[in-house]
Ligand binder design. Structure first.
Ligand SMILES: [Ca+2]
Length: 348
């Protein structure tokens, strides 16, 4: 989805001040620390980068290597400054120029990098609901894995980019309990972080009584508990749950519900337990066969490289006994491979 640069760059940016030695970066919410593989570079010179990209785009046959080298090793903020400088030099929008110069999966990576995380997620969501049919897998991945705050930002950006409400589009493209769950997640407010042990016990029993204990499933109760409570609360609820139920929460989900609803609840629980392990599993699934499911691999690597890709890498290695770097080298090729490997940032 093309964005007018005026939306991206309302005013000339102030001089960038990249942090030279960031260890885990506190994220915007100031909550969990982040573990990026892509960090701001020191001695950043946006006009020089912009000039090099301009030359690379104008080179006969396009100098993809230079474009990849620059854009995969700058932070999102820095790429915004480069785009701003580029527009001054080339008198055109950099995203449009990249679209013309690149193609295929490497184009998707570079265009993804030119968006903010929320813009990227909003575009992916829009794409999953475009035309006839719905890409439920993408919808589930984004809606069930993003935090309340991330979803709030995605909703805002979705409205700005597409002049439509995310809730309305999701409601129009999904149905039944699956729709109810996604909408509850999109609409939820930041839950209180107060740990209330009575509430933990109450929720654990309610999940059991609404599912495994009764005939059929009271999905509405499950949705309410899983969408209205904080992550630390739910982690304790799931521990407590096994004192009521003979099956743990994931086994219970598999027994009680099917299809997209099952996948959504499982994704939620997996992310509550260990979000990085969830993404590692998605990546390894996407590279099970001979090639790779480019869309999934691209989305996860682009959207997590400045968040927690370093941790995803270590979960991946633990889970598969082989590094993410190595696996991506085996399943992709060409410029696309170069771009992904650079974002992954190293072997483990
Ligand atoms: Ca049941």
């Amino acid at each position: 989805m093309h964005m007018h640069s005026s939306n991206l760059l309302p005013t000339p940016p102030p001089p960038p001040q990249p942090d030279p030695h960031p260890k885990p970066l506190p994220n915007l919410q100031g909550k969990e620390p982040t573990f990026p593989t892509v960090r701001p570079i020191r001695d950043f010179d946006p006009s020089r980068d912009a000039a090099r990209i301009d030359t690379a785009i104008k080179t006969k046959g396009v100098d993809e290597q230079t474009i990849i080298d620059i854009l995969t090793t700058r932070s999102c903020d820095q790429r915004t400054y480069i785009a701003f400088e580029y527009e001054k030099i080339a008198k055109k929008d950099m995203t449009t120029a990249l679209k013309g110069a690149l193609s295929g999966s490497v184009e998707a990576v570079m265009l993804g990098l030119m968006k903010t995380p929320a813009q990227y997620d909003a575009s992916e969501l829009k794409g999953s609901m475009k035309g006839l049919g719905t890409d439920e897998e993408t919808l589930i991945e984004i809606v069930c894995s993003r935090s309340t705050q991330e979803l709030a930002e995605i909703k805002k950006v979705y409205r700005e980019m597409f002049k439509k409400e995310l809730e309305k589009d999701v409601a129009g493209d999904t149905s039944g309990d699956f729709a109810k769950l996604l909408l509850a997640l999109i609409k939820r407010d930041e839950p209180s972080n107060v740990v209330d042990y009575e509430q933990i016990d109450h929720d654990a029993r309610a999940l059991y009584e609404a599912g495994v204990k009764r005939k059929g499933t009271d999905v509405v109760t499950w949705i309410a508990i899983m969408s209205e409570r904080s992550v630390p609360h739910l982690q304790k609820v799931f521990d407590r749950y096994t004192s009521y139920s003979p099956y743990d929460i994931k086994e219970s989900i598999r027994k009680e519900v099917k299809g997209d609803l099952e996948k959504s609840f499982l994704t939620l629980v997996e992310c509550f337990e260990n979000r990085q392990l969830y993404f590692a599993s998605r990546l390894s699934e996407a590279m099970k066969g001979k090639g790779a499911k480019d869309k999934v691999v691209t989305r996860i690597i682009v959207s997590r490289c400045e968040v927690d890709l370093m941790k995803i890498r270590s979960e991946f290695k633990k889970q598969n006994g082989i590094s993410l770097y190595h696996t991506v080298s085996d399943h992709t090729k060409g410029d696309y491979q170069k771009a992904l490997l650079s974002l992954i940032g190293g072997d483990d």
